[in-house]
Design a protein around this ligand. Structure first.
Ligand SMILES: Nc1ncnc2c1ncn2[C@@H]1O[C@H](COP(=O)(O)OP(=O)(O)OP(=O)(O)O)[C@@H](O)[C@H]1O
Length: 623
């Protein structure tokens, strides 16, 4: 037996060694490539800066002698101001980079946490040795039973920061299936719930406690069967969780001890708010029962009884961005919460390895710009492109496939099985293209994404932060982000800067665009399926635009329909019924004031009312 063990151990060691070698080889390869890219980018930046200075000088001269239209002049002024700020920031950044470290890791080890052997074994298998900052600061108080409000940048390991204490709690209280659910983790999207469920499953691999998920779009009957058998750690999306809480007999949740809201600011936005209120009302607030009958050691039993029966349900809220709503909930519902803001005082809210740029593209040229970009990087990089509506995502996917740009797509009006398989397909890809709505914006941990392209602008800086957070995740990781704005939308850059998001301008080079507008128009007009898809996309794009909450920047009244139509492959605007709210309160309510990160300005939180708000109007699907 001992021989077998040592044989197994040595073969495990060998496997680990080979795996480690492979990883460090991959890493070295990536680092080498990144170094080359960084050099190229540096040279490119220098060239651009010089060019900008020359253009600025020329502009100044022409401005002095010409009588420009006031609107154009205003835009130019705005641009100049932004450029000036960019340069100042670049200088400032250099000083900051030199003076402060930018890592997310600590020197603390998982061993130092005093975890159960089985949890520790899983963590070792996952390849983690040291704690990230949020883990070092959140795990100890959570394991002491405290409520935690945790904020840390995207990709910094928040998931296991709350899952490790959850697993440890279930283990120490000795939960069994018949005790039902002891931990619920609520996630805003189905894909994120699947991802977190898989991490929880890995952490529970050597434990006896059970794990499950309930998410919209999946087979409800199967979920019911699993819930009735007893799921100790349950990951859920809000709507489906509420459904089971209200309607599933045999779902035991009276023993709930720990509730986690991942992406809490999103979960507390308007379209989840009603569900969340009901969920919180239904869930127990005080521990009622423990698995103490199964404890054999009397003193431990007494300790557990004393400790846990006095406790209220532990609650924890996590996100990279926080809004006043999260703080309000924390104030009302959490018991003496521990506030952890890992990135307090950082000059930037996004990751250091992220190169962020924007490009001012005239509305009529947007599609050509995107196709030119994709043709350049397609097949060599892993790219995510964000659209504002489901129909627009679908149309672009249909079109790209037709013109032989392979792509995947994820949006809210797809069958869940297709969504899930697409999600896993993109996880596995080394290079590839994923078109998506904001279902892809939060929490998803696709490895090694090179580019995030925001083809349609985000609703606000908060959404921007989460979208770009799909790249440059983890210690030392790099990535690129590109925001496409029309000249009328330039003002959005000011909001990004106010939210501490560093973006630089990339020159729009019209002469470099692929000359395929006529080809696209012909292709779309000849293919009836594409044509219908394009019309739907065009219509929802305008409806989405009209409902934008930042009306000072994204005002549908400023759209030139002929140009918008061109970006959907039409030679003239198609005949569709458009309802633009000229007075303009849209379907989505105003943004919350910028008030993130525990009363510190960070991104712009905002309540959403778009999409299929419960009981509200169904206008178009944004997710
Ligand atoms: N201690 C660690 N050491 C190394 N890698 C880690 C560690 N903890 C987590 N990771 C890895 O870092 C990546 C990002 O983690 P995670 O998805 O939890 O980030 P997050 O903070 O929740 O991001 P987001 O805000 O986008 O949801 C994952 O691939 C995860 O496996």
């Amino acid at each position: 037996m001992a021989d077998l063990d040592s044989e197994q151990q040595s073969s495990e060691k060998k496997e680990m060694k080979t795996e480690k070698k492979k990883r460090s080889r991959d890493k070295a390869k990536i680092l080498k490539q990144l170094a080359v890219e960084a050099e190229e980018q540096k040279a490119e930046k220098k060239k651009k800066k010089k060019l900008k200075q020359e253009v600025a000088m020329e502009d100044e001269e022409t401005e002095a002698i010409s009588e420009e239209k006031p609107k154009k002049k205003k835009q130019k002024k705005k641009k100049a101001k932004i450029e000036e700020e960019e340069e100042e920031e670049e200088e400032g950044d250099k000083v900051e980079e030199e003076s402060s470290g930018n890592g997310i890791m600590t020197n603390e080890t998982f061993e130092s946490l005093g975890l159960s052997d089985n949890t520790y074994k899983s963590i070792k298998e996952m390849g983690f040795a040291r704690l990230t900052q949020i883990q070092a600061r959140a795990i100890p108080p959570l394991m002491m039973g405290k409520d935690v409000l945790g904020a840390a940048r995207t990709g910094s390991g928040k998931t296991i920061a709350f899952l490790i204490p959850a697993v440890e709690l279930l283990y120490h209280v000795r939960f069994t299936p018949r005790n039902g659910t002891g931990v619920i983790v609520i996630c805003p999207t189905r894909e994120l719930a699947i991802q977190s469920y898989l991490v929880a499953k890995e952490l529970l691999k050597f434990h006896s406690q059970t794990v499950g998920k309930v998410i919209g779009g999946e087979n409800r009957k199967k979920e019911t069967e699993i819930l009735v058998k007893g799921v100790n750690l349950l990951v859920a999306t809000p709507g489906r969780l509420l459904d089971h809480l209200e309607n599933t007999d045999g779902f035991v949740f009276k023993n709930l001890k720990f509730l986690v809201m991942d992406e809490a600011d999103r979960i507390l936005e308007q379209n989840f708010e009603e569900d969340m209120k009901k969920i919180i009302k239904l869930l127990p607030k005080v521990f009622l029962l423990l698995a103490y009958c199964e404890l054999t050691n009397d003193s431990i039993r007494t300790q557990c009884l004393n400790f846990y029966l006095l406790q209220t349900r532990q609650t924890s809220l996590f996100s990279a961005t926080q809004t006043s709503k999260v703080e309000d909930l924390a104030r009302v519902s959490l018991t003496s919460p521990v506030y952890i803001d890992v990135d307090e005082g950082r000059k930037e809210v996004t990751n250091e390895g992220l190169e962020q740029g924007y490009c001012i593209v005239p509305s009529a040229k947007r599609l050509l710009f995107l196709i030119t970009f994709l043709k350049r990087f397609h097949g060599m990089k892993k790219i995510m492109v964000f659209f504002s509506t489901c129909k627009s995502t679908k149309f672009h996917a249909d079109l790209f496939r037709y013109i032989k740009i392979d792509c995947l797509a994820i949006h809210g009006v797809m069958e869940q099985s297709k969504r899930t398989s697409t999600f896993f397909q993109f996880v596995k890809m080394e290079t590839g293209l994923l078109l998506c709505t904001n279902v892809g914006a939060r929490g998803l941990d696709f490895p090694h994404v090179d580019w995030i392209v925001q083809y349609d602008p985000p609703d606000d800086p908060t959404e921007y932060i989460h979208r770009v957070g799909r790249t440059a995740r983890g210690e030392g990781a790099k990535g690129n982000a590109l925001l496409v704005l029309t000249p009328q939308e330039l003002q959005f850059i000011q909001y990004l800067k106010a939210a501490k998001i560093p973006v630089i301008e990339h020159e729009f080079e019209e002469e470099k665009l692929l000359n395929v507008q006529a080809f696209l128009e012909k292709t779309i007009s000849k293919n009836s399926a594409l044509s219908v898809s394009a019309k739907e996309a065009y219509k929802t794009y305008i409806a989405g635009y009209d409902s934008h909450s930042m009306k000072d920047v994204f005002d549908a009244r400023g759209l030139v329909l002929k140009d918008v139509a061109a970006s959907f492959g039409f030679s003239s605007p198609p005949t569709v019924l458009l309802k633009i709210h000229r007075g303009g309160d849209g379907y989505r309510s105003k943004r919350e004031p910028v008030n993130n990160k525990f009363n510190r300005a960070r991104g712009g939180g905002r309540a959403r009312g778009g999409g299929r708000a419960r009981g509200g109007r169904t206008k178009f699907e944004r997710y």
